[in-house]
Every structure is written in C-alpha cells, then in structure tokens.
Design a protein around this ligand. Structure first.
Ligand code: ADP
Ligand code: ZN
Length: 756
C-alpha cells in the first residue's frame, strides 16, 4: 500500500489532491472515506478516491491528512463508481455529483448527536435493587435524588438525561449522586430522529399481514426469488408491468423480504415526496410483520438536516438496511445492496432539473449494476424507453394483467367538447355529462375527483370548433405561438410561419390560446353545484404539507364531495368511495411541444382511470377533449398499453426520437438576442464539423419560452446513437475550447425529460 492517497476535495473545484496517510489512520482508512484535508491554510473535507502517489511532484511534498470523519466509508465502492459514471454521462463535475450524494450535514461533518440515557442500575424487585428502607432514608437525606430515582423506576425504558433535568426540575448533581451510589446507570446512545412517525395518520388502511398471492403475482415472485437469493448476487433489470390495482406493491414486498433474508440491503424509490408517507406506512407495517427488527429509513429532500443525517448514519453503519424515498434515495449508503425498486418508473419527477441533471431511474439501474443488485422497475404505463428494453429482452418482463379480485377497470366516457361548446353556445368548462355524473354521485353519497393537467401550456393554438392544432411538419410536435411578433415557431428545428387568424383546417375564426386552471374549474363547479363540499389541491396546497394531508384526510373521511386538483393526486392514492373521475381538459397534455406529449397523455388517462372504482363499486371516468380521435385517448379507453406503445414507437423511430436515439438538449441564455443566436449558430457549426458523423443536430431555435427575466433563451438539440458517454465527452472538450461570450450561459442536459 502506498503512503499517500488521492482525495476529491469538497471545496468547489474538480481536482484530485494527494496527501500522506498518518500512521494513526492507516488501519481505518479506505477508499470512500470522508477525511479532513488542509488546502492552502484552511481545512476542507474530501473523499478518498484511491491509494496512489502523485504523478507530477514528489511524495515528500504531500501534506498529511488532518483526520478521518467516520470509521466507515462515506461513499461505499458502488457509489464511488456510480459517481464516475454520472460525471461522464451527465457531463457534470465529480464534485457536484459527490455533493449530491452526501447529505448537507455529512458534508459539514456534523458530529454524531449523542444523548445520555438514565435507568435504574438494577430493575426494582431484583436482587441488588435498593430496598424500601434504603429508599426511605434517601427520601429524607436527599429528596431530589429520591424523586429522580422514583421517576426512573416508574418508566418502562431508559429516559434521556435532558428530559429528567427538564421534567423534574433537578440539578445534574442529584443525578450524579444516584450514579455514584450505584443506583442508576448512565449510557450513551445515538439519538434517532425518525421521520414520518405520523405516517399512519394519512389514513390508509394498512394490511400488515401478507396477502395470499394470486397466480400472476406468484409467477412474478417465482422469477424474482432466485435472482434475489443466489449466493452470487448478479445485476439484472426486471420490469413489473401491471395494470392499476393489480397488486404490484405485494410483489415488491415479497422481493424486499427475500433480499433482506439473503442478508442484503434494499432501496425503494417513489416519484413524489407527497406520497411517501403512505408508501412508508405500508412498507413499515409489512416489514415489521415479516422481518422483525427492520427499520425503514425515510429519505427525501424535505427532511431536516438532522433527520437526514440520522438516516444516513443508520444505513452507512448497516444498522438499517432499507431506505425508502424520492429520487435522491438512489444515493443512500445502503450496505450490500441487493435490490432497488423503482415504483412508477415512467414518472418525469425522477429526472432532476438542476445540476447534476440525472435521471433517478437510469441512475438506479447503473447503481444496481455497480453493486451487482437487481433493479425492479414497476409501472402500469412503462416509459417507452423501458418498454423498448423489455421488448428486446434486455430487461426481464413480469406482467400482471388482472386487477385484484377481478375488479373491472372503469368505463371511460369520452366527451367531445367541440359539440359541447356548440350546445352550450360558448366556451364550456364542464360538460353536461360530467355535471350530471357529479350530481348523481353527491345524491348517493359517493365522491368525485376532477383532474386538471398541471403541465398546462397555454402557447399552443387550438381551434375551438374543430380541435385542430398546428404541428411542425418536420418534427411532429405542436408549434409554439410567440405573441411578440405573431409567429408560430417549432422549438425543435426552428421552422416558423405566421400565426393564422383563422383555423387552417376549418377556417373558423375562433382560434384561441387555451388553458384551464384549477381555480377556473373550481368556480365552474360552484356555479352549477353550490351545495357541494368542494376542495382544491394545487401547487399552493402541496407546498403546505399539513394542509395537503388534512384535505386528503377529510376526503377519505367523506367530508368532501368533490376534490379538484392537478394530476399530483392521481398517483398512488386509494379512495374506495370515489366512483367518478373527470379529466377536465385532456388536450392540455397532448398539445404541448414535446415529442412525449402522447405518452404523457396516455399515462395520465390510465392513472386517472385507476383512481376510480377501487372499492367494490364500479367506477366511471369522463374525459373531456377537443380531439377525441387522438391515439392516446382511443388506446387508453381500452387500457391498451401495448397497442399504444407499438404505434407510438413507430413515430419515435420515424423521427429518430428516444428511445430510437438519445437526445441532448443545450440551452443558451443571455441578455442580447442577436448575439445569442449568432453564437448558438457558430457553436452548432463547430459541433457539426467535428462530430457531424455521430450526431444529428436540430436548431438552434428560440426556446418555447423565449425570454425569462430579461434573459433570452435559445436551444440546440443533439440526436445521437448510443453510447452517449463518448459523445458527451467530445462535446465537453469542444465546449471548453469554444470562445463563449462572457454574458452567455449555457446548460447541457442529457436525456432531457421535460421539453417545455
Ligand atoms: P398497484 O400498485 O398494482 O396499482 P396495489 O399494490 O395498490 O396495486 O394493490 C391494490 C389493492 O389490492 C391493495 O389494496 C392491496 O392491498 C390489494 N392486494 C394486493 N394483492 C392482493 C392479493 N393477493 N389478495 C388480495 N388483495 C390484494
Ligand atoms: Zn420542427
């Protein structure tokens, strides 16, 4: 072993520095250890990357490490390898990746918070415990000590010293007196702040006992069990493709149980923080029932620093072996990782939209690869990327076609809003069909949910008469309307035309910018049903965690008739009394300038339908649209994912969109539009000259939102065949050599997910 190590400093730059290892640290130091290092005349933290000697200067000049923060590696080998892959794949600095992997409190090297616990040295009644006489004497001589002792004896378990001091209003001397007397024992234990202890309050009825598997679930479990219990863990990806309500969770739980029994660790990823309490509640109670002594660590971005640190420590030390959380839980230091579950793998929320711009699902697959674990992806509507991999045999495919207890999928009623607007003689928000449905539900004491698509994008043009939407002839995405110069532009290729005054398809004059917000729907419902108990959930309510839970609690308790909200509430929640679901404006997700618009619409429709009729009553879904003939709507009517996927994949291949090729997005921002365009074009020419045979470029074009806060935005697209890493590296080199003007900011996004 060399006497020096290469360390990645956590100091805001990306460089490997070398240090001598002092004798005292030699035994404990490992690759992945978090260490204190001197840089110039300050101390920083760093991660040991390798045992090696510096190449460009003599070992004697290395300074010694100043200390080791934890006796275990802060980044186990699989995470360290993952950080290198991410840095190359997502074109991000290693320091930014390592920063994302370590909780803030760890990066600050916060000391373990320790607490002193007090308990009687010998439990009362056992030989050696103080006698009644001895206690009577103490009560006379030292009443404070007697008070403390009586309190500790009355408690079922050890009590924090701070609590004793606080509660009994005594001094530390009284406690020390008892300790010196040998009556009380003091022990030090790390304090855990367990997040989401109130998880059960969400109201989900949790089945603690395992269900008896149906034959499809059993078949899936039979494939997973040997993969998770082999002596030699092996990497593999399995897709659990199961219709809504088919019991995917039960399959996940069995897989987790098997992985734990084999001595492994588990990471369970969910897309939305808001849903974590419910998932955690289910997981917890089931794990406690099937694997006593196992604790779930909760992991998501809304935890306090302390909560995060506790969970991180529990996992890093191997004390806890299961983590459940949102995207960043993929970085939790689970030891001996054997299984990563990615629930609702198709969700765009898995993509992080700031540096490092990683995709949680893809990163989970790579982590599983580095750790030799199984990655289990689950969805009722898999992403087409995943579906293509499952179809080609790269991933295993496990299918659940039946809903539990053969519950029927709800009837989907498509309402043509063109007809509705004609009948109502003007713009209609709610169709007659939907209003009648809501009234009938209210009369029967049943509930309704109305969904509005959050990704509403008001710059598409849609004819209210015939439903026509202008698309780019080259790119198969909606054109974007730019108000400033009355133009329609394609933000993929830059194609442009004058915004028409009349509909190009039917010549109707009524071609409008559209968009229905949750508030407008709420008003419309109040107008027609003034007595309905109505609540609205949107991003404002979501921000207040307690308000959100309160509304869901009230809804579950039957105190609300109609819930209006974005598709946030379409996910995962299970309300047995909801028998009608309305999708107020299906077109909002379909006509956005994003080649995944159809896929998102299909996912939304299936998800929304899955929310209706989960109890024993049949459900109904009303979908309002100006384009009822669209494929995404017709296929979803029969919950025909395979049919949809086949048709959509054909379009993707034709235009070369993912998964046919990889897509990279390059955004340029700056105060001067002409300069921005000029340099974007220069850069494009440079890339085309250097990489023209490997990359197809589209643009540069104005971004769909051309200007934000006085900054103009242009963008360029790269279509490339795998492997992407090499191309990203070449682009990176060109980018470093290019003379960018100072006031121009540019951002590269690999495998972008939200294109508008
Ligand atoms: P999915 O995630 O596929 O939409 P869930 O896992 O939420 O479906 O399961 C739907 C419902 O069926 C849940 O209430 C679950 O407890 C129940 N369930 C799952 N498996 C079984 C089973 N084998 N027998 C009875 N009920 C089951
Ligand atoms: Zn185009």
């Amino acid at each position: 072993m060399t006497e020096t190590v290469g360390v990645h400093p956590l100091a805001g730059f990306d460089k490997l520095l070398h240090y001598k290892v002092p004798e005292s640290l030699r035994a404990q130091l490992q690759v992945g250890s978090l260490v204190r290092i001197p840089i110039v005349n300050r101390f920083h933290l760093g991660i040991v990357a390798e045992f090696s000697a510096p190449k460009d200067f003599p070992v004697e000049r290395c300074k010694p490490l100043a200390g080791l923060v934890y006796p275990f590696p802060a980044l186990p080998p699989d995470l360290l390898r993952l950080s290198h892959w991410m840095s190359a794949y997502y074109a991000a600095g290693l320091d930014a990746i390592i920063e994302a992997m370590l909780p803030v409190a760890v990066r600050k090297a916060a000391a373990l918070k320790k607490e002193k616990l007090l308990a009687p040295a010998v439990p009362p009644g056992l030989p050696g415990a103080p006698t009644d006489d001895e206690i009577a004497v103490l009560t006379k001589r030292a009443p404070a000590q007697a008070k403390v002792f009586a309190f500790l004896v009355s408690q079922p378990r050890p009590v924090a010293k701070s609590l004793v001091l606080d509660r009994l209003n005594v001094t530390a001397a009284a406690i020390n007196g008892l300790i010196n007397r040998g009556w009380v024992r003091e022990q030090t234990r790390r304090v855990e702040r367990i997040a989401y202890d109130d998880a059960h309050s969400v109201g989900e009825h949790v089945a603690a006992q395992p269900h008896k598997l149906n034959s499809e679930q059993q078949a899936a479990v039979d494939v997973l069990t040997p993969l998770l219990s082999t002596a030699e863990p092996k990497f593999g990806v399995q897709l659990l493709f199961g219709v809504t309500g088919s019991g995917k969770t039960e399959v996940y739980l069995r897989a987790i149980q098997t992985a734990l029994a084999a001595g492994g660790g588990v990471a369970f990823l969910v897309p939305e923080v808001a849903l974590t309490p419910q998932t955690v509640a289910r997981l917890r109670s089931r794990l406690e029932a099937i694997a006593p002594g196992h604790r779930c660590v909760v992991w998501h971005s809304h935890l306090s620093e302390g909560e995060r640190l506790d969970g991180w420590l529990a996992l890093a030390t191997g004390e806890a072996r299961v983590v459940v959380g949102a995207r960043s839980a993929v970085f939790a230091p689970v030891q001996n990782l054997r299984l990563i579950v990615v629930d609702e793998e198709h969700e765009p929320a898995y993509k992080q939209d700031e540096v490092p711009r990683y995709h949680g699902r893809d990163t989970a697959i790579m982590r599983a690869k580095m750790a030799g674990a199984v990655c289990l992806l689950g969805s009722a509507t898999p992403s087409l990327e995943t579906w293509a991999n499952a179809s080609s045999g790269k991933y295993g495919l496990l299918t659940l076609t039946q809903r539990i207890d053969d519950r029927k999928l709800p009837f989907i009623d498509i309402v043509d809003m063109r007809v509705e607007c004609m009948q109502q003689r003007g713009p209609a928000t709610l169709s007659k069909r939907l209003v009648e449905g809501m009234r009938a539900r209210m009369a029967r004491g049943e509930q309704t949910i109305l969904f509005i698509n959050r990704r509403g994008y008001s710059s598409a043009m849609q004819c209210r008469k015939c439903g026509h939407v202008e698309e780019c002839p080259h790119c198969s995405v909606s054109m974007t309307y730019h108000r400033a110069d009355e133009m329609l532009r394609c933000h993929m290729c830059g194609h442009q035309s004058n915004a028409p005054a009349r509909c190009p398809a039917c010549a109707a004059p009524d071609i409008k910018w559209r968009g229905t917000g949750t508030q407008r729907v709420e008003e419309a419902v109040r107008r027609v049903m003034p007595n309905a108990r109505l609540e609205r959930i949107d991003s404002d309510t979501m921000a207040k965690k307690h308000r959100f839970r309160e509304i869901l609690g009230d809804f579950r308790a039957g105190k609300i008739d109609i819930l209006v909200g974005t598709q946030m509430i379409a996910k995962g929640l299970d309300f047995p009394n909801v028998t009608l679901v309305g999708l107020v404006d299906a077109d909002l997700s379909m006509h956005v300038p994003d080649f995944r618009a159809n896929e998102r619409t299909f996912q939304l429709l299936v998800q929304v339908a899955g929310r209706s009729g989960r109890g024993d009553r049949a459900g109904e879904v009303v979908v309002q649209t100006f384009t009822p003939e669209a494929g995404a709507i017709q296929f979803s009517r029969h919950a025909d994912f395979t049919g949809f996927a086949e048709t959509e994949l054909k379009v993707r291949r034709e235009f070369g969109y993912p998964p046919a090729r990889h897509l990279l997005h390059h955004l340029f921002r700056g105060p001067n539009p002409e300069k921005l365009q000029f340099f974007a074009e220069q850069w494009k020419n440079r890339v085309a000259a250097a990489l023209g045979d490997k990359v197809t470029l589209a643009g540069p074009a104005a971004a769909p939102i051309e200007k934000i806060k006085d900054e103009y935005r242009w963008q360029l697209w790269y279509f490339c065949n795998a492997p992407v890493t090499g191309i990203v590296a070449e682009i990176g080199k060109l980018r470093a050599d290019f003379a960018w003007p100072e006031d121009m900011v540019q951002v590269l996004d690999v495998d972008p997910v939200n294109l508008c």
